[in-house]
Design a protein around this ligand. Sequence first.
Ligand code: SF4
Ligand code: SF4
Length: 59
Amino acid sequence: MAYQIDETVCVGCGACAGNCPVAAINQKGDKYKIDPETCVGCGACEPTCPVSAISKETR
Ligand code: SF4
Ligand code: SF4
């Protein structure tokens, strides 16, 4: 199950991107986005977000 970033909450700090072991988090404009095809669902990024924008995909 992939993780996702709520772009209405993300402040674009980039803290999460460097903690992803498979480099699934990439900058998109002034926000960051998780590529669901690359994400392995490890959850390492989630606690690194200062505004709790990252959560497990629900679908
Ligand atoms: S859950 Fe793991 S693999 Fe997926 S984006 Fe976060 S750190 Fe990367
Ligand atoms: S750590 Fe959180 S606020 Fe910062 S870029 Fe990642 S998702 Fe956005």
